[in-house]
Design a protein around this ligand. Structure first.
Ligand code: GLU
Length: 378
């Protein structure tokens, strides 16, 4: 990130960074943190904050030591979200900044009309110099359709608003090398997220937040695929955001992989809710990866899940590796009937002409990181 240029950036802050040991909001930290964000906003950057903390803060207020059910954590989130936004409102007001609360669920990213609505709202907030403060709408999102962690949500939001930068602020200062079980030195810059990098991330979720290094790496993968510089840094380090902006040697920087021109494809590729899977043979997988081909029935081996025409499906290899996502032209039962055959035979099977493509190239997003050397995603 270069100083001076105006950035649209998404900052995600985790529960452990915002709360003290008892689970209450750490007001003195929040004050310093909001001042940093306000300075960025006043210097012309368009800032979106993705803030966790609702469940933990709600638990503390309700005296809940350990949540015993989904509905208890959803109730805690309802209490905590209000407390969270109240303190942000007070602190940002002191900095002469207006905030907006935006609560999203996974379906808001899956249904294109809702995605576009959210996007338009956020763009309007930027025009009015408002800082949107986003969280998952935990109170209504059921377990199976949840984002689950705000690292994923923040990465999706980065795509939603076309942000060039995503910063994960956490209680660690970045991704570290490992010497056996010991933590080695911090990795300053990561060009590609390899399996080795994923292993370094290990497992580090805590009792009160869903995230950990692994979800940040996943988030970094989504955001860098979408063309955003992504950072993991310690939220408690002094003036951390400005220092990242000034390219100081802090945190871990993930280099963006692509600049996406087509926002529709971005939506397809980043959609967190995939309704089913289409498994393709090696020929089809190579055709998708190496040339701008549509997905045809001939290369399909099987389809599963509960999807309808117009839903988003994952396309995987025989080995189960996801290579693409696309908006599908047929439902799962139809694809099961059409798999392996040429489209000229479709009328005999379907009773009507139908689309020759199962997923048209224009509606197909190829994961470019999956195959080195072939960069096909537009
Ligand atoms: N949405 C959750 C909360 O506000 C946080 C999820 C996470 O920890 O990533 O409590």
């Amino acid at each position: 990130m270069k100083m001076g240029s105006k950035k649209r950036l998404v900052v995600k802050v985790g529960t452990n960074t915002l709360t003290d040991k008892t689970g209450f909001l750490d007001k003195s930290y929040l004050q310093v943190f909001t001042q940093q964000l306000a300075r960025l906003a006043h210097s012309g950057h368009e800032v979106t904050l993705v803030s966790s903390g609702a469940i933990r803060v709600g638990m503390a207020r309700l005296g809940i030591k350990k949540v015993r059910s989904l509905r208890e954590s959803q109730a805690a989130a309802a209490v905590g979200q209000g407390l969270l936004i109240d303190i942000y409102n007070n602190l940002f007001q002191k900095e002469d900044i207006t905030i907006a609360q935006v609560l999203l669920v996974a379906d808001d990213f899956r249904v294109r009309s809702r995605y576009l609505n959210a996007r338009n709202t956020l763009f309007t907030l930027f025009e009015k110099n408002v800082i949107p403060i986003i969280n998952e709408n935990d109170t209504i999102s059921a377990e199976e359709i949840k984002f689950g962690d705000n690292d994923n949500l923040a990465a999706q939001v980065t795509g939603l608003v076309n942000a060039g930068t995503l910063v994960f602020l956490s209680d660690v200062d970045g991704l570290h090398e490992r010497n056996g079980t010991k933590l080695g030195k911090r990795i300053r810059c990561i060009e590609t997220i390899t399996p080795e990098i994923e292993i370094l991330a290990g497992k580090s979720a805590s009792a009160h937040s869903r995230g950990g290094m692994i979800t940040k790496i996943e988030g970094a993968r989504i955001a860098t695929e979408g063309g955003a510089d992504t950072y993991i840094a310690n939220g408690r380090e002094e003036n951390i955001l400005a220092r990242l902006l000034a390219d100081e040697d802090v945190g871990t920087h993930f280099i963006p992989q692509a600049r996406w021109r087509d926002s529709r494809k971005r939506w397809i590729g980043m959609s967190s809710a995939v309704n089913g899977t289409i498994v393709v043979d090696d020929g089809a997988s190579n055709a998708l990866m190496s040339s701008k081909k549509s997905l045809l029935a001939a290369g399909i081996v099987r389809a599963f899940g509960q999807f309808q025409a117009g839903d988003i499906v994952a396309v995987t290899t025989l080995q189960g590796e996801e290579i693409a996502r696309g908006l599908v032209n047929y439902n799962v039962q139809e694809i099961e009937k059409l798999k392996g055959i040429h489209s000229r035979l479709f009328p005999q099977i379907l009773g009507y002409q139908g689309n020759p493509e199962i997923v048209h190239r224009d509606n197909l997003f190829i994961f470019r990181h999956k195959k080195e050397g072939v960069y096909e995603s537009e």
